[in-house]
Design a binder for this molecule. Structure first.
Ligand code: ADP
Ligand code: MG
Length: 340
């Protein structure tokens, strides 16, 4: 007798990264949500890691696109192709035994119409009855929070394009907020700072690198420096400068303050019983942006509530989608609540 493994997929269609979780296997795909397109025929040339390397380096006839950059779907067609590519990659060879069930998590700014387009892309790639899951719910489940209990669970998911804040109790979202300030805005702030203070133009990849290497939201490490290459705006020539960790903290102050404010606003709107629970259990942070050093301590100081990072912030949402597929009860509940 042959036993076929189920190939159900949980997908985190993020603004910066797309992750695919396969039942029984774990995370099988983790790549940037980027597609390189040929402008003459609109055909994708590369998707994921290879496409991200091309950002800022393409000739005129090729564009590297991030179709979900700001948490909305800017290009239907490209999103469709990207999702289809990742699902096909995850499933491997096309001799499918059964069409897999797929749970997809999208940023909360995505409209019902766009959600339908995402579902269509999943069906076109071989999925059976795809289900859309709200991102904060997936993040909370992925972070092992007791979302079904009658208790307040606060999750803050800081991605590339958006920060999503939500309070969950009894399997539903009680209060939520989403702002278009997250990791990308931090990179933009670094680019603007370096331009203003050093007359140097640096690219997005370099800015992201600086943020990851020497970025602190709060209490930067003294003596930490990083050298960056860019183009001198006065001479037009390549130039290298050294930048201090303290300067990056200063550069990041605006986006960081916006994120802290979004959390405070959500807390203000939370019913008092649930606030009490959050006070006891702490706030959980997920998403790549939460890895910015000392952002957790700053948030804790600003709110007076303990803050914990999810075990693996970058894969938390994808793990949550995977767990939903393992739990028929939650899956049925979500399927019955689908928009459309
Ligand atoms: P999304 O869910 O929107 O796709 P992710 O959760 O994958 O986003 O997070 C991507 C963001 O996290 C990017 O802006 C990236 O620069 C940022 N990031 C990743 N690692 C770190 C780090 N160590 N420090 C600061 N930011 C980070
Ligand atoms: Mg995300």
């Amino acid at each position: 007798m042959k036993v076929f493994l189920s190939r159900d997929l949980g997908i985190d269609l993020g603004t910066a990264n797309t992750l695919v979780h396969m039942k029984g296997k774990g995370i099988v795909i983790c790549e940037p949500s980027v597609v390189a397109i040929r402008s003459d025929n609109n055909e994708p040339l590369a998707v994921g890691d290879r496409a991200k390397e091309m950002i800022g380096r393409t000739p005129g006839n090729i564009m590297a696109v991030r179709p979900l950059k700001d948490g909305v779907i800017s290009d239907f067609n490209v999103t469709f192709k990207m999702l289809k590519y990742f699902i096909t990659q995850a499933l491997g060879s096309p001799f499918v035994f059964a069409r897999p069930r797929v749970v997809i998590c999208v940023p909360s700014g995505v409209t019902a119409v766009e959600e339908r387009a995402v579902k269509e892309a999943a069906v076109a790639a071989g999925a059976k009855e795809p289900i859309i899951l709200e991102e904060p719910m997936a993040a909370a489940i992925g972070a092992d929070m007791p979302v079904s209990d009658p208790t307040g669970n606060m999750i803050v998911d800081i991605g590339g394009g958006t920060t999503e804040v939500a309070v969950i109790s009894m399997g539903g979202i009680v209060t939520a907020g989403s702002i278009r300030v997250a990791g990308d805005e931090m990179d933009d702030a670094i680019i603007a700072y370096i331009k203003r203070h050093y007359n140097l133009s640096v690219g997005y990849q370099s800015a992201e690198e600086i943020k990851k290497k020497i970025g602190f939201a709060y209490k930067p490490e003294k003596g930490l420096v990083y050298s960056i290459k860019g183009r001198d705006l006065m001479t037009g020539l390549p130039k290298t400068i050294e930048i201090k960790s303290e300067e990056i903290t200063l550069a990041l102050s605006e986006p960081v303050a916006s994120i802290i404010d979004a959390v405070k606003i959500c807390l203000e709107r939370t019913p008092p019983e649930l606030s009490g629970d959050i006070m006891d259990r702490g706030i959980i942070m997920a998403g790549g942006g939460s890895l910015l050093r000392n952002l957790d301590t700053l948030l804790a100081d600003e709110t007076g509530i303990p803050v914990h990072l999810a075990e693996d912030p970058l894969v938390c949402v994808a793990m949550g989608t995977g767990r939903v597929l393992e739990n028929e009860g939650i899956l049925k509940k979500i399927a019955s609540m689908q928009k459309s």
